[in-house]
Design a protein around this ligand. Structure first.
Ligand code: FAD
Length: 344
């Protein structure tokens, strides 16, 4: 069992960590409760369109992440997404100047994490999908992983917990007071993410002379509209919108049903257009609730390293440890992996 490492969570952080460890020749096994990898970089396939339900786009600042993004672009799973963004309210639309380059997965956000998982599989790294880890156990020969289906895996010399801190907390709580206290301090906020697919393009708002990709709203419920059919590789899709709600509104409506949430977000969209510009026919809609969408501000509670090393081979990474963005989540996992491999 010497050197075997388990990673719980196959979001971008867990995958980046696995990649850094396998680069150093260390054997890794991944576990994720979802049907596949990706976590909050997931996309939803609908009959008419693919919708990004979590991260909508990302930017790149750190040289290591820029190099990784270049590799994704060469592999064809990420592309630049030229965006014209607007601030929109029923009082009018104003162009937001934003000169930062933005990228998305191509032809969907989940293409990136799928590519990473496939690269790892080609190196012999197993991903146990649909496997929710319910407890860790420490034995004389190392860590054992228990699943909610009653299965046991192990032993492992190291366990990396790459899930949001509130979900990591019950796993580390029996074994590490410091990691447990850290998880309790690192709050994650919720977000309802709706979608709406229309039979025809949206009307052109007054004063908007170019095609637009994103609108930031001044509305109590709806925060951001992204047009999925403007993303690279999805030009054939009909008008297909991601509709993200504000944190405060999401948390006040956590228990609402998804249908009601979707319709509230769609009426907020409708209110952006005058009565003379009705929305086209709605062909599909829905909403997904992210309980742990992004870390709460301020970030003062986050460890400086952007990951946390505990006792006896237990460690934490993920956006909750570094910042609520794709780049930060990747860096958290990548740096932890390099540290565990002894090459940081
Ligand atoms: P996750 O992606 O959450 O991965 C954790 C994984 O652990 C999940 O796959 C989960 O299924 C699994 N898991 C959890 N518990 C268990 C368990 N007990 N056993 C097994 N598996 C478990 N970032 C940007 O940069 N730009 C954006 O525009 C942007 N927009 C966003 C919009 C929304 C609506 C959301 C939700 C997020 C957005 N983000 C954005 C943030 C970005 O998506 C995250 O920071 C990043 O994807 C987090 O990656 P992660 O690997 O840390 O966590």
């Amino acid at each position: 069992a010497a050197g075997r490492i388990a990673i719980i969570g196959a979001g971008i952080a867990g995958l980046a960590c696995a990649r850094a460890l396998t680069d150093a020749g260390l054997p890794v096994t991944l576990f994720d409760k979802a049907r596949g990898p990706g976590g909050r970089m997931s996309s939803r396939r609908r009959p008419d369109a693919i919708i990004d339900l979590g991260a909508q786009a990302f930017s790149a600042r750190d040289p290591a992440f820029i190099a990784e993004l270049d590799a994704w672009r060469r592999a064809g799973c990420a592309e630049r997404w030229p965006t014209h963004a607007y601030r929109a309210s029923n009082a009018g639309w104003q162009r937001l100047s934003d000169d930062r380059e933005r990228f998305t997965g191509a032809p969907r956000m989940s293409a990136i994490t799928r590519h990473l998982a496939q690269t790892l599989a080609a190196r012999g790294t197993a991903l146990h999908a649909g496997t929710r880890v319910s407890a860790l156990e420490r034995h004389a020969d190392g860590w054992q992983i228990r699943t909610d289906a009653g299965a046991a895996f192990g032993p492992y010399t190291e366990v990396v917990v790459a899930v949001p801190p509130p979900q990591a907390e019950p796993l580390v709580q029996p074994w590490d007071n410091t990691l447990d206290a850290l998880c309790q301090r690192l709050e994650q906020r919720a977000c309802w993410a709706g979608w709406a697919i229309f039979a025809a393009p949206l009307p052109v708002p007054d004063g908007v002379t170019e095609s637009w990709q994103q609108a930031h709203l001044q509305h109590p419920a709806l925060r951001l509209v992204s047009r999925n059919q403007t993303k690279p590789g999805r030009e054939h899709q009909p008008e297909s919108l991601s509709l993200l709600a504000h944190t405060e509104w999401s948390e006040a409506h956590l228990e609402d049903d998804a249908e009601h949430v979707a319709m509230t977000l769609i009426s907020a969209l409708k209110a952006l257009f005058p009565a003379s510009q009705p929305l086209p026919e709605l062909v599909d809609h829905g909403a997904h609730r992210w309980l742990y969408a992004q870390p709460a501000e301020p970030l003062a509670a986050m460890p400086d390293a952007g990951f946390a090393l505990g006792h006896a081979g237990l460690s934490l990474c993920g956006d909750g440890l570094r910042g609520g963005r794709v780049e930060e989540a990747w860096l958290s996992g990548h740096r932890l992996g390099q540290t565990l491999a002894g090459c940081a």
